[in-house]
Design a protein around this ligand. Structure first.
Ligand SMILES: [Mn+2]
Length: 242
């Protein structure tokens, strides 16, 4: 290819703090570059004209981790444990997700991202895993970010298993929410030992790259070939849009 694929990477934004700041864990930038892409940060304050101008040039979209999605987007009252809700971020990411899906745009949805993807397709979330009965597994690890802390089984024959090159992965985990009702056209294809959904893909995706994972592969790429393969497959799909 004559140029690096341009990969839009959404960012976090501070909520109720002055001055407002948009920010991103650097690991996303490194993981996209390592896979051969050029990251383009998409902060929530971005206006509609700038957003559209960037979108016209992008080849793929990474939805990143961060605060909680406002439960009003799936029609539920807010649980007291819901935190760091940004109206601007929800609006930008839901809009870009719908565009990506409508246009067959390569989409890699990570942590909060898999939740945004699910909600954009009409799905819902468990708003606070520790408040749900019968969930003994810790999904909000205190270990360092590159340290895997729980196991994930990936459905054999799934697109995600083919991309990862395995159907058993050990992952890091930094989420207190999880997918509940699945969005239209999404299939759960990976699960933690407690049944929490850890991966999704499109039920009838064809050649489209639409993959969501609840863990943080961007923090694992140095040590985990499966995490590297996930970013590589995504950036290759972005590059193939040409
Ligand atoms: Mn987890």
């Amino acid at each position: 290819m004559s140029r690096l694929p341009l990969v839009g990477v959404t960012t976090s934004v501070t909520v109720d703090r002055y001055p407002e700041r948009a920010y991103l864990n650097s690991a996303y930038v490194r993981a996209v570059e390592l896979a051969g892409g050029a990251p383009v940060l998409l902060p929530p304050p971005l206006g509609a004209d700038a957003r559209d101008a960037l979108w016209a040039r992008l080849d793929g979209l990474v939805l990143t981790g961060g605060g909680d999605v406002d439960p009003r987007h799936f029609g539920e009252p807010r649980h007291p444990a819901v935190a760091e809700v940004s109206e601007a971020r929800d609006a930008l990411e839901l809009e870009l997700t719908r565009r990506a899906l409508a246009q067959g745009f390569p989409l890699l949805a990570i942590c909060r991202g898999i939740q945004v993807l699910n909600v954009a397709l009409g799905g819902s979330l468990h708003q606070d895993i520790p408040s749900e009965p019968g969930s003994p597994l810790a999904h909000s690890q205190t270990e360092r970010r590159h340290q895997p802390t729980h196991h994930v089984k990936v459905r054999e024959g799934s697109r995600l298993a083919a991309i990862l090159g395995t159907h058993e992965v050990d992952v890091n985990s930094f989420h207190h929410q999880a997918l509940a009702r699945l969005g239209r056209g999404l299939a759960a294809v990976a699960w933690a030992p407690d049944g929490i959904v850890e991966g999704v893909e499109e039920t009838a995706g064809g050649d489209r790259f639409v993959v969501g994972v609840q863990w943080h592969p961007e923090d694992l790429v140095e040590h985990d070939p499966a995490a590297r393969r996930l970013f590589a497959a995504f950036v290759t799909a972005a590059g193939a849009r040409g």
